[in-house]
Design a protein around this ligand. Sequence first.
Ligand SMILES: NC(=O)c1ccc[n+]([C@@H]2O[C@H](COP(=O)([O-])OP(=O)(O)OC[C@H]3O[C@@H](n4cnc5c(N)ncnc54)[C@H](OP(=O)(O)O)[C@@H]3O)[C@@H](O)[C@H]2O)c1
Length: 261
Amino acid sequence: MDIQKLFSVKDKVVLVTGGSRGIGEMISTGFVQAGARVYISSRSAKNCDETAARLTALGPGVCISLPADLQSLDDIKKLVTELSKREKHLDVLINNSGATWGAPIDKYPDEAFQKVVNLNLNRVFSLTQACLPLLRANASTDHPSRVINIGSINGINPPSFESYAYSSSKAAVHHLTRHLAARLGPEGILVNAIAPGVFATKMMAGTLKTSGDKILAGIPTSRVGSPEDIAGTCLYLSSRAGQYTTGAVFPVDGGSLVSKI
Ligand SMILES: NC(=O)c1ccc[n+]([C@@H]2O[C@H](COP(=O)([O-])OP(=O)(O)OC[C@H]3O[C@@H](n4cnc5c(N)ncnc54)[C@H](OP(=O)(O)O)[C@@H]3O)[C@@H](O)[C@H]2O)c1
């Protein structure tokens, strides 16, 4: 066993959607610090450019900004075209971009439901589909490419908050992960999902402000997630160490799912 290389992702080509901030930035930082070439994508070109510059300065890997609105199929095609101009293959696709919406059940807006499901589920499929030629280019059973979908513990246990589109889109993304894993495994593409618990990002800022104490009381390890927690799981899944795992959904939640509270 080459223990030095067991968790290595050095020189891997990685695309992280929503890499400009939050959990996507945490994951991208881990890959850059492990020597990978990381492309990040989100709607804001300014945010992508600034994060890419910041992460590249960290090194030893590099981070490149490729902005796109993933709600749009046209933008997805343009993103993959731009990536294909720069790379002959893709080792790791991380479908992390996501959105949520909360509203009382009687007033939950149809438009919000559609937007959340489109970004969190439909476009995970669309981008994975569009990336297949790049994912297949260097893939084999001995050297598999990886897709990691960022789901949520809300897709396993429904939350107390009224975020109906969010929880159901995340449950669907977990199931899509299993379906894709069965289809793509024989082609040397491993597909897994991570179900994060609570991480202190822009998405969670409002909820943590209003219900932070209640949320922390429901986490057996008594803290929110850190960059190391989420990046470490992605590095494991993308390296030789994670090569016999596909179709799995990994809670990274400090034990929230087993909490008695
Ligand atoms: N934070 C948590 O506690 C938590 C828990 C469980 C699961 N998650 C999941 O983790 C993922 C990241 O969430 P986060 O907490 O880091 O949220 P965040 O801070 O709000 O970041 C969301 C990212 O997605 C991008 N994004 C939003 N709409 C987009 C679009 N139409 N096209 C492309 N990119 C878009 C955002 O950039 P732009 O605004 O520039 O587009 C941003 O980079 C999501 O899938 C979320 O559901 C988070």
